[in-house]
Write a protein that binds this ligand. Structure first.
Ligand code: ASP
Ligand code: MG
Length: 491
C-alpha cells in the first residue's frame, strides 16, 4: 500500500489489477458459467491480479424474495417449491462445471446448507407473519452466496486457483436494510485486509456481489441490481485499474432494441452521460455504481459474456470524452408513469408551494424522476410511478386543503399513463439547434410533447409524451443519433 511512496532501487512495477463482475445471466446456466470461466482464464493471462464478483444465478433473487414475501402472507407452498427449484437450478450448473466427484459432492452439500437456511428463514417469516427488511436481506443474500460457492470451484476445475469470499467481510455498511450505504473507509480497510493475501498467493477471489454487513456483522444488501455497485466498491478499495461489467448485451445501446431494431452499441460514454441514461431506465448500470470509480479515476467497461470479442462500451471521465458537437448518443424511454399537476392562480409569487408539494410527495416515500414549472408559477408538474399516484393525490389534497378551499389552488390532478423519453449526449452541450431538431422530428411524426425538462448539465433532455406515442417518438429521435454530427454547418 505504501510502496509507491518509498523510493527503491530495484523498482517493481505496480501489479495490474482487474475487477470483473458477472451478472445473473452470465452465470445462470452451465453454458453461461463455462463462458464466464473462460473469460477469467483469459483475463488471468494479461492481468497480474483478477478479482471476480458475481450476481446470483438469473432469476434466483426474485425467487428467494417472492417466496419470503409469500411466507409473510402465510403461504408456505411457494418456498417449499422454490427450495426444489433452487436445488435443481444450482445442481444443473455444478454437475458439468465441477467434474471431480468429491469436489462436486462438497459443493452440493454447501448449496443444500444454504437452501436449508432459506427454508428455516421462510418458516420463521411465516410464523411471524412479517418479512422485515432485515429478514429479506438475509433471504435475498442467499443467491449470491450460492453462486460464489459454484463459480470458485468451477475455476479451480480449470486449474485457476480461486476461493470464494463472503463480501460481508469486505463491504461494511449502515443498517439501511435492502439499500444499505457502504462506509468507504471501513470497507477499504477490510477489503484490502482480506483480498490482498489471497491475491498475493496468485488466487482469484470470487466475491459475493450485492451483499454487505453492518459493523456488527448483520447481513445487508445494496439494493436490487447492486452487484455492479459491489464491483465498483471493491475496485475503489483495492484500488483496481479497471472494472469490467459482464452482461448479456454488447454494452450500452443507443436505444432499447425491442423498440428500435437498428439500435447500436455505444463505444464510449462519459460518466455524465451514463448517469442520465441510468436514471432513465436503460438497464445498464446503476448511477451509484459509477460514483466510486469516477472518484478513484478507474476505467469501467460494460461487455458481453456471450460475445467477449466485442469491445462493448467504455466509460470515460467527463473530461476524456470525445466532444462531437451536435451528437445525440442515446434515447431511452420509461413507461408506467403519470404526471401530477398542482394548479392555481393563487400560487403566483407565494413562497413555499413547491416545498410543500414535494414534502407531501416525500411523505409517501416516492421518488420523483421529473419536475417542471414554468415562470407563470401557476402550475407545478411532476412525474410519479403509476402505483403511487392515488396516495400522492390524497397527500397533496390534505396538504393544500386550505388553499383548495380558498381557491388559491384550483385543482390537483393526474394524467393518464405517460412515458418519459430521454435524449442523452455530451455533444448536446452548448450546441444550438439541438432542441430545434428534436422538436421538428417529433412534430413530423405528430407526437405531442406534454412536458419538457432539461437539467443545466445539458447532457440530457427529457420529454413527456402519451404512452401511445412511445414508438414513433423513440424511433424518430433515435434517427437523430445517426444524423446529428453532419448537420451543424448548414444554416
Ligand atoms: N442478485 C441481485 C438482484 O437481482 C443483485 C444483482 O443482480 O446485481 O438484484
Ligand atoms: Mg442481476
Amino acid at each position: 500500500m505504501s510502496e509507491s511512496s518509498v523510493p527503491s532501487l530495484n523498482h517493481q512495477p505496480k501489479p495490474s489489477t482487474l475487477v470483473m463482475k458477472f451478472g445473473g445471466t452470465s452465470v445462470g446456466t452451465a453454458e453461461a458459467m463455462t463462458q464466464a470461466v473462460h473469460i477469467v482464464i483469459d483475463a488471468k493471462r494479461t492481468w497480474d491480479r483478477v478479482v471476480v464478483t458475481t450476481s446470483a444465478l438469473s432469476g434466483v433473487t426474485n425467487l428467494l424474495l417472492d417466496s419470503a414475501n409469500a411466507a409473510a402472507r402465510g403461504e408456505t407452498q411457494p418456498y417449499i417449491q422454490a427450495a426444489q427449484e433452487l436445488r435443481q437450478k444450482h445442481y444443473s450448473v455444478i454437475q458439468p462445471l465441477i467434474p471431480n466427484p468429491t469436489r462436486q459432492y462438497q459443493v452440493k452439500q454447501d448449496i443444500d446448507h444454504l437452501i436449508n437456511d432459506f427454508i428455516s428463514l421462510c418458516q420463521a417469516i411465516a410464523i411471524l407473519g412479517e418479512a422485515t427488511p432485515r429478514a429479506l436481506d438475509a433471504v435475498g443474500s442467499l443467491g449470491e452466496r450460492m453462486a460464489v460457492r459454484i463459480l470458485a470451484p468451477a475455476l479451480e476445475s480449470k486449474s485457476v486457483p480461486a476461493q470464494f469470499v463472503e463480501s460481508t467481510l469486505l463491504v461494511i455498511t449502515d443498517d439501511h436494510f435492502q439499500s444499505a450505504h457502504p462506509d468507504f473507509t471501513e470497507t477499504t480497510h477490510c477489503t484490502r485486509q482480506v483480498l490482498e493475501p489471497i491475491l498475493a498467493q496468485n488466487e482469484v477471489p470470487v466475491v459475493t456481489g450485492f451483499i454487505g454487513a453492518t459493523p456488527g456483522g448483520v447481513t445487508t444488501t445494496l439494493g436490487r441490481g447492486g452487484s455492479d455497485y459491489s464491483a465498483a466498491i471493491l475496485a475503489a478499495a483495492l484500488p483496481a485499474d479497471e472494472v469490467w461489467i459482464w452482461t448479456d448485451v454488447d454494452g450500452v445501446m443507443t436505444a432499447d432494441p425491442r423498440l428500435v431494431p437498428n439500435a447500436r452499441t455505444i463505444n464510449e460514454l462519459s460518466y455524465r452521460e451514463v448517469s442520465e441514461l441510468a436514471y432513465f431506465g436503460a438497464k445498464v448500470l446503476h448511477p451509484k455504481t459509477i460514483i466510486p470509480v469516477i472518484d478513484a479515476g478507474i476505467g469501467l467497461r460494460v461487455c458481453n459474456t456471450f460475445n467477449p470479442g466485442h469491445p462493448g462500451t467504455r466509460l470515460v471521465s467527463d473530461k476524456q470524452v470525445t466532444q462531437n458537437h451536435g451528437t445525440i448518443k442515446a434515447v431511452t424511454a420509461v413507461r408506467g408513469l403519470q404526471l401530477i399537476t398542482v394548479e392555481g392562480r393563487g400560487m403566483l409569487g407565494v413562497p413555499g408551494v413547491a416545498a410543500r408539494t414535494f414534502g407531501a410527495v416525500a411523505a409517501t416515500g416516492t421518488s420523483v424522476p421529473l419536475i417542471t414549472q414554468a415562470s407563470s408559477e401557476q402550475t407545478i408538474c411532476f412525474a410519479v410511478p403509476m402505483e403511487a399516484t392515488a396516495e400522492i393525490l390524497r397527500s397533496l389534497q390534505d396538504t393544500f386543503a386550505n388553499e383548495i378551499a380558498r381557491q388559491d389552488i384550483d385543482r390537483v390532478w393526474a394524467t393518464e399513463e405517460v412515458v418519459i423519453i430521454t435524449i442523452v449526449g455530451e455533444g448536446m452541450r452548448s450546441t444550438p439547434g439541438i432542441s430545434g431538431r428534436i422538436f421538428s422530428a417529433l412534430g413530423e411524426k405528430c407526437v405531442n410533447v406534454i412536458a419538457i425538462a432539461q437539467g443545466s448539465s445539458e447532457v440530457g433532455m427529457s420529454l413527456v409524451v402519451a404512452v401511445e406515442d412511445i414508438l414513433p417518438a423513440v424511433q424518430c429521435l433515435h434517427d437523430l443519433t445517426l444524423k446529428t454530427t453532419t448537420t451543424m454547418t448548414t444554416g
